[in-house]
Design a protein around this ligand. Sequence first.
Ligand code: AG3
Length: 282
Amino acid sequence: MRDLWYSEKYEEDVKFSVKVTQHLYSEKTPFQQIDFFDSKTFGRFFTLDGFMMVTEKDEFIYHEMITHVAMAVNPEVKRVLIIGGGDGGTAREILRYKTIKKVDLVEIDERVVRLCQQYLPLTAAPFDHDNRLVLHFQDGLDFVQTAKNNSYDLILVDSTDPIGPGEGLFTYDFYHHCERLLSNVGILINQHESPYYESDAYEMKRSHAKIKASFPIAKVYQFHMPTYPSGHWLFGFASKKYDPIKDLKSDKWESLGLYTKYYNTKLHQGAFMLPTYVKEGL
Ligand code: AG3
């Protein structure tokens, strides 16, 4: 039998490929194409419109980095809004904090949630057993436009790339409403693309300029994501009051005793130290 490979195209002449042991499921929803695969090295993984979203092997890196950085800066967070994140990984990490009272998760495509419940329990488990989590199947931009001022302490934007259904989550209007929804110590973390390949770097720069227009503090931090383009990935940290380094509460965070496989408070500080070409490109 012919070998089956999944490939994501990074540039006209560059692709990343993983040999697939089984193509488990494929569905075209009104929003996008969803596929689940099994592989030897990355375990089970799923893609949206052909773009790699989550693999069992490296998802801990992304999901720890999107949540714990903000939580170590403000461990008092109680009300959280997740935009996107239909696989459940971000919700799983944030719900490890006993202090969190409520998480609203706004996912445009209910099929992502339902299929992850079926095929990816590693990330989707909180959907079944945590009643602090409330699901809203709605467009993220529509949700923030109608939500009330000062509703959240933390917003986590766990989006796809800025093409297709995730596009609205990279606009001035979206960031403006996020700012309005946050309390006076609120923090916004967003999926910020890669600085390496040209088109990704362009998106990184564009989002950063837009976020800076709405927030007094706007930084980016980096991490290593083996299955995303170039392996070098960024999150944005935007905040009304807290600086991600000066206001880092290492002792407090460590006293919570949460085990993390990637994140630690020393790495937290290093993650904001950017390579020269990234700083220059922002
Ligand atoms: N969110 C997607 C990150 C961007 C991936 N881009 C790509 N492969 N071109 C991941 C969802 C995890 N909860």
